[in-house]
Every structure is written in C-alpha cells, then in structure tokens.
Design a protein around this ligand. Structure first.
Ligand code: ME8
Length: 534
C-alpha cells in the first residue's frame, strides 16, 4: 500500500481527556458514545482505526478535590479512573488507547514539546492578573462572568483573583496564521455555528495566555524553571500525542507522530472549543507540527437550563441508567434524540417512549413477524431468491439501494441522528410494505413466488438496518444478524475484522438465498419506567 493510501486507510479519533475530579456522569458518557459510534463506523468501512480516550489528571481542581477527601492526588486519580474504565466497559466503548496524563511517558513528551516551543521563542515570563475559574481551569474576562464573579458555566463557583508571575505562550503571534487556517480549511471547525464562534473570538484579537502556575504542586514542573508548574491545559492537550505511542515505543515526539498523526477528529464539547480550535493549533504550529483535520464541538446535555456536570452538582449517573435499560438503549437515545452539535435534554419518559417505538416496535417486531412467516412459509430459511432477482421497482429494494451511501454520509458528517432517522424510516417502510403485501393472503392464494419475494425483501431490509445501526446498537444488531443466520458479534470489534467479514454488507440484496434462519425471539425487550416516575 502506498503511503498516501495508508494515510487514507487510517482513522484516528479522540474524546476529550476527562477530568477525574469526580466519577463520570452522563455528560462524560455522551462524547464517548459518539466517538465510539464513529470509530465503529470507520472500522466497518475497512479503516484501521485508533480510538483514543483518557483522563486529565493534573491541576488545581483535582488537587483540591483530592485534599478535601483526604487522599493524595495520585490515589484519588487512580480510584476515579477505574470508575471511567468500568463505565466504558458497561457502555460497550471499544477504545484502543486510554491515556492518563500522569503516565511517565507523557512527562517525556510534554518536556520535548515544551522545548520545541521554547526554542521557537514563543514562551516568555510576565505578570498574570485576572479572574480564574478553577472548575473550568481557565482565566475569564470580567464580561464573561456573572455577578460577584461567579462562573457562567458553573454558577455555583466563584472565580478567584490571581496576580502572579507566569510563563506565557505567544498566541498573538498566530493570529494571522490561524485566520488563514480557518479560511483554507473551512471544515477544520465543525459544525458551522462553532466555527463562527471561533472566528468571532479570534477576530477580536488574540492575547497571549499563561502556561504555568505558581503555588501549585500537582502537575509537571516547567522544564526551564522547576519552581513553576505547567498549566494543566498545556499538558492535557499533549495527551493526544502521547496516546499515539505504541505501547512499547520510546516516548519521543517522532515515535508518537510516526503512525497516527495527524488525528482525523477531535470530538469535544463546546465549552472547550477555544482550547482545541485556537490554542492547540497555535501550539502545534509553534512546535512545527502539522494540524489535526477536524475539531467537532458538540452541544451540552442540560438540566434546568444548566450544563449537567460534576462541578455544577446536577449530574445524572449513567450507571443505574445502563443497569436498568442496557447499553444499547442509552447509546441510541443520546445519538438519535439529540442532533449532534446542539444542546439536548435527558427525559426519562421520552427515553422509554423512543426506545419502545423505534427498537421494540418498529425494528424488533418487523424482524420477529417476518421470521415467523419465513418459518411457516419457507421452511425456516431465507427464501430461495437473490437480491438481484428482485424487480428494481420493488419498493424496499429501491429504498435499500440508496440507504447505505446516505447513512454512510451521515456518519461521516457525525450526523448520528440523521443516520438513525434514515434507517428507521426504511424500517417503517418495511412494516408498511408487509402490511400492504399481506404475504399470509398471498400464501393462501398459493402465490409462493410472491410470498418469497416479499419476505426476502423485508428480511434483507431488516439486515441492512441492523448493519447500519451496529455502530450505535451493537448488541441489538448482533442479535438480528444471528437470527438471520449469520455468525456475528458486532459488540466485539477487537476480535473480528468486521469489514472483511461483512464485505458488501452496506449494499441491499446480499442476504444469501436459503441461509438457515435462527429462532425468532424479541431483540429488544420493551422498557418500563421505574414505578415512582410512571
Ligand atoms: O474539559 N453535556 O474535562 P471535563 C455534554 N479535562 N458534554 C459534556 C457535559 C454535558 N453536560 N459535561 C461534560 C475537560 N461534557 C478537560 C478536557 S481535553 C485535552 C481536556 C463533556 O471532564 C464535554 O465534551 O470537564 C466536555 O468538553 C468533556 O465532557 C470533558 O469535560
């Protein structure tokens, strides 16, 4: 494979590296679910994928939380990281790398990177005065704060006045280069609303920002002045690079960048857009490195108008949600219900209704009733007909032939909700088609060939829907595939090379004639609200 083809064949995606001040909440699960769906989709496309997630462990927020709990910061992080990893397992998140910013190898990468930026003359010592929100780990302009200097993102937290000598990064040097970047690569920041926010911010003029702190122990020492500690964000962003190192590779920038750089997509929330779309590319330019392809800033899950969060104190615990309803249900709700990029709410009644309507009724019932008919009318195997033999004007064939590419485009655009809508529309058409064609009546009339055409078309449409939904609901898709007679496990993408096993499965019409079908049983049990909320 040529270098260029190898590049095209690879796909690297990151979630934010989560602060481990507290256990993950539903807002931490949200981008991770989205990144996992995207990674799974790219694997289905035959790409070699690196899916990076991890934890951001330094800084004042974590140091203070650990102190308040009587733990050392490292003990605290070790404990909380386990909570993240176990949630990712529960949610069927198949990440390839979990980077912790307290890893020794990360220290080496940060030091080398700092050195490059230092040598390019972009770091200097100066006085930092301003309001600092520890929950955001960010200096705020007065106009960004609420009354009495409370943070707009964490209205229960007051920003603190700081006046100290710090090292600064010369962001102002990169004003023009960044503006050029946004112009040359309009897709660098997505969606368009986020791009506009960044253009406005940069258009107001960029100011240098401090990249070190005094009076903070929990972090890496500044290589040129160990009395100062590196600002948590300077170290955290570099976690994306450290994560690319092969497990036994020497921790050098060259090694880290050799295979997976540049990263294709950084998936982040809109609160950390500036760091990723402004500071990060400027830091990379300063170090003489190429830039990631895209930064996608999604919206917030909100409750009572506020971002759900650990620091805000309005978190929803995803663990009982997954325990009660299952991983697929949680994954499906957030990706289907909320247009990726916009804010959304979690509403448990709506959650139950959507899941029951889409997965239990429309998709599950369609498979179940069709399989039962195939048992009765076709001896328990796929009708003896090929997709090619089905007439081109067959309603489901016409819809199915367009579906794969339409949904692939939606995934590529991270438009998960459009992908689900298109797939579920095709499923509803399947239900309508079978009602109209009434194969039970055709059977009574002795029209066996017609019965077989109808059942084949429906089974094949359900298969295609299951395949295209597999990045989102891998367990349900696996069950559907198994009942259609395949040996498949979409949930465990590490064990099988899905794209090779399922070559051409994005196309309508590939279900093999006479394949032995499995026993019909419901692929998605109807959900019920807990007693107290129904
Ligand atoms: O910002 N709705 O970590 P973090 C949607 N360590 N997404 C939400 C959310 C909500 N209510 N709450 C959190 C940090 N998130 C840094 C990142 S990256 C090098 C360093 C998501 O744990 C959102 O994507 O506070 C947010 O950006 C991310 O969690 C990480 O939040």
């Amino acid at each position: 494979m040529s270098f260029e083809n190898a590049e095209k064949h690879r796909f690297a995606i990151t979630t934010p590296l989560y602060y481990v001040n507290d256990l993950p909440h539903i807002g931490s699960a949200y981008p991770t679910i989205a990144a996992d769906a995207m990674a799974r989709f790219q694997r289905l496309q035959g790409k070699s994928v690196l899916f990076v997630t991890g934890s951001d462990e330094h800084g004042q927020k974590i140091q203070r939380t650990a102190e308040s709990l009587g733990r050392s910061p490292q003990e605290h992080c070790d404990l909380i990281v386990e909570g993240f990893k176990s949630l990712w397992d529960k949610l069927n998140i198949r990440y390839d790398r979990f980077i912790r910013t307290t890893d020794d190898r990360h220290a080496a990468i940060v030091e080398e990177f700092f050195q490059r930026v230092w040598e390019s003359g972009d770091i200097y010592l100066s006085q930092q005065q301003g309001w600092y929100c520890v929950a955001c780990e960010e200096f705020k302009e007065e106009r960004e704060l609420l009354d009495d200097h409370y943070c707009a993102i964490h209205p229960n937290k007051q920003a603190e006045w700081r006046d100290e000598e710090n090292y600064f990064f010369r962001l102002s040097n990169y004003q023009q280069k960044l503006e050029q970047l946004y112009q040359d690569q309009p897709d660098f920041i997505l969606p368009a609303t986020r791009r506009n926010e960044v253009l406005n911010f940069v258009g107001q003029g960029l100011r240098d920002f401090s990249i070190s702190r005094r009076n903070l122990d929990w972090g890496f020492p500044v290589p040129v002045d160990p009395k100062q500690t590196l600002y948590v964000w300077f170290d955290a962003l570099l976690g994306y690079i450290t994560a690319l190192l092969d497990p036994d590779a020497e921790p050098t920038l060259d090694n880290a960048l050799s295979k997976w750089w540049p990263i294709n997509i950084h998936l982040i929330g809109k609160d950390i857009l500036r760091f990723h779309a402004v500071y990060w590319p400027a830091m990379l330019m300063s170090a003489g490195l190429s830039l990631p392809d895209r930064v996608f800033g999604h919206g917030f899950l909100v409750r009572d108008g506020l971002k759900i969060g650990k620091s805000t104190g309005n978190a929803i615990d995803p663990v009982p949600l997954v325990d009660r309803y299952g991983a697929d249900a949680v994954r499906y709700y957030f990706l289907k219900e909320i247009e990726f990029g916009r804010d959304g709410v979690f509403d448990e009644t709506r959650f139950v209704n959507i899941l029951n309507a889409d997965l239990a009724n429309d998709l599950g019932n369609l498979l179940n009733r069709t399989l039962k008919m195939a048992q009765k009318y076709c001896g328990g195997h796929v009708p003896d007909i090929s997709g090619e033999e089905i007439a081109a004007d067959n309603f489901l064939k016409a819809v199915g032939s367009e579906l794969g590419s339409k949904v692939a485009q939606a995934y590529d655009d991270l438009a998960f909700s459009s992908a689900c809508d298109a797939i579920l529309t095709s499923v509803r058409m399947g239900n309508k088609y079978i009602d109209e064609q009434a194969p039970w009546a055709l059977y009574k009339q002795g029209k066996q060939a017609d019965v077989e055409q109808v059942l084949y078309s429906v089974l094949e449409s359900v298969r295609l829907a299951a395949y295209l939904l597999s990045p989102i609901i891998p367990n349900v898709s696996t069950q559907i595939y198994q009942q259609l007679g395949y040996s498949a496990d979409f949930a465990d993408t590490r064990l099988i090379d899905v794209s090779t096993t399922f070559q051409n499965h994005q196309t309508w019409g590939i279900l093999p004639a006479k394949q032995i079908l499995g026993e019909p049983h419901p692929v998605f049990q109807k959900l019920e609200l807990p007693e107290e909320s129904s």
